[in-house]
Design a protein around this ligand. Structure first.
Ligand code: NDP
Length: 247
C-alpha cells in the first residue's frame, strides 16, 4: 500500500516518541515535526535528544520538548509525573510512538541470562505498558489519539536464538491487541508497526556481517509511521502492519 499523508497532516498535534535520539525513533521525530507536530523526544541519552531537538529547530518546525528518561529504571511514578508535565506544558497528547527497544543478547534458549532477560522485558514490555497506562487519561481527551507499538518479524514468528527479544515482541503484539480491543469504543486508535530490517545500530549489532547499504533507511519506512499518526490512518485499529511487506 502506498501510504500518503498531506504536508500539514500533523499540524496542531502533540506526539511523544520514545527512543527519539537514534535510529528509527530519531527519524520518526523529524518526520512528525516536518508534518507540523509538536514532538516530545523521550530517551536515555540527553546529548542525542538535544541533537534531534536542534535539527527540528533548524527546520522551523514547532518547538519540541525533551524528556530524559531511562526506561530501564523508571517506575510507575515517573510515568505519572511525566503525564502531569505533558498536560501542564501542552494541555494535550494526541499520539505516542512506542519505539525505544533493547535487543539484549542473542543466544541459545538454554543460555538466556536471567538479568539480561529482565532488562529486555523491562524496557520493551513493562515500561511500555506503565507508560501507556499513565498516558491513557490524557490520550482519551484527544479527539483523535493514536498509540503505535513497535514489533518485529520475530514478534509473530519465533526464531532460534532470538530469545528474550522475540519473547518481548510477542508480548508487545499481545499488549497492542488487548489495548486495541479495550479502546474499540473510544477515540484512541491502537496499532503496531513491524519496521523490517532497517539500517540502524540495533540492526548492525544483530547482523554484524551484513552490508548496511542493502537495507532500507529509517527515512524509507516513514510513510507508514506518518500514516498511522495522521488523519489518513484513522481507519486502522488493532493491526500489526509491516513497513516493508515484501522483505
Ligand atoms: P536503535 O538501537 O538504533 O535505537 C533504539 C532507541 O531506543 C535509541 O534511541 C535508544 O536510546 C532507545 N532506548 C534503548 N533503551 C532505552 C531505555 N532504557 N530508555 C530509553 N530509551 C532507550 O534501534 P532501532 O532504531 O533499530 O529500533 C527501533 C525500534 O524498532 C525498536 O523497538 C526495535 O526493536 C524495532 N525494530 C528494529 C528493526 C531494525 O531492523 N532496525 C527491525 C525490527 C524492529 P540510546 O540512543 O540512548 O541508546
Amino acid at each position: 500500500m502506498d501510504y500518503q499523508v498531506s504536508s500539514n497532516a500533523l499540524e496542531g498535534r502533540v506526539i511523544l516518541v520514545t527512543g527519539a535520539g537514534a535510529g528509527i525513533g530519531r527519524q520518526a521525530a523529524l518526520s512528525y515535526a516536518e508534518k507540523g507536530a509538536t514532538v516530545i523526544l523521550l530517551g536515555r541519552t540527553v546529548k542525542k535528544l538535544e541533537a534531534v531537538y536542534d535539527e527540528i529547530d533548524a527546520m522551523g518546525a514547532p518547538q519540541p520538548a525533551i524528556i530524559p528518561l531511562d526506561m530501564l529504571g523508571a517506575t510507575r511514578q515517573h510515568y505519572l509525573d511525566m503525564a502531569d508535565t505533558i498536560e501542564q506544558q501542552f494541555g494535550r497528547l494526541d499520539g505516542v510512538l512506542h519505539n525505544a527497544g533493547l535487543l539484549g543478547v542473542l543466544s541459545p534458549f538454554d543460555q538466556i541470562d536471567e538479568k539480561s532477560h529482565e532488562d529486555v522485558m523491562q524496557v520493551n514490555v513493562k515500561a511500555t505498558m506503565l507508560m501507556t497506562q499513565a498516558l491513557l487519561p490524557l490520550l482519551k481527551k484527544s479527539d483523535d489519539a493514536r498509540v503505535v507499538f513497535t514489533t518485529s518479524t520475530v514478534g509473530h514468528q519465533g526464531r532460534a536464538y532470538w530469545g528474550s527479544y522475540a519473547i518481548s515482541k510477542f508480548a508487545t503484539e499481545g499488549m497492542m491487541q488487548v489495548l486495541a480491543d479495550e479502546m474499540s469504543d473510544t477515540k484512541v486508535r491502537v496499532n503496531a508497526i513491524n519496521p523490517g530490517g532497517t539500517r540502524t545500530s540495533m540492526r548492525a549489532s544483530a547482523f554484524p556481517g551484513e552490508d548496511p547499504e542493502t537495507l532500507k533507511t529509517p527515512l524509507d519506512i516513514m510513510p507508514l509511521y506518518l500514516y498511522l499518526m495522521a488523519p489518513e490512518g484513522i481507519g486502522e485499529h488493532g493491526q500489526c502492519i509491516d513497513a516493508q511487506p515484501k522483505r
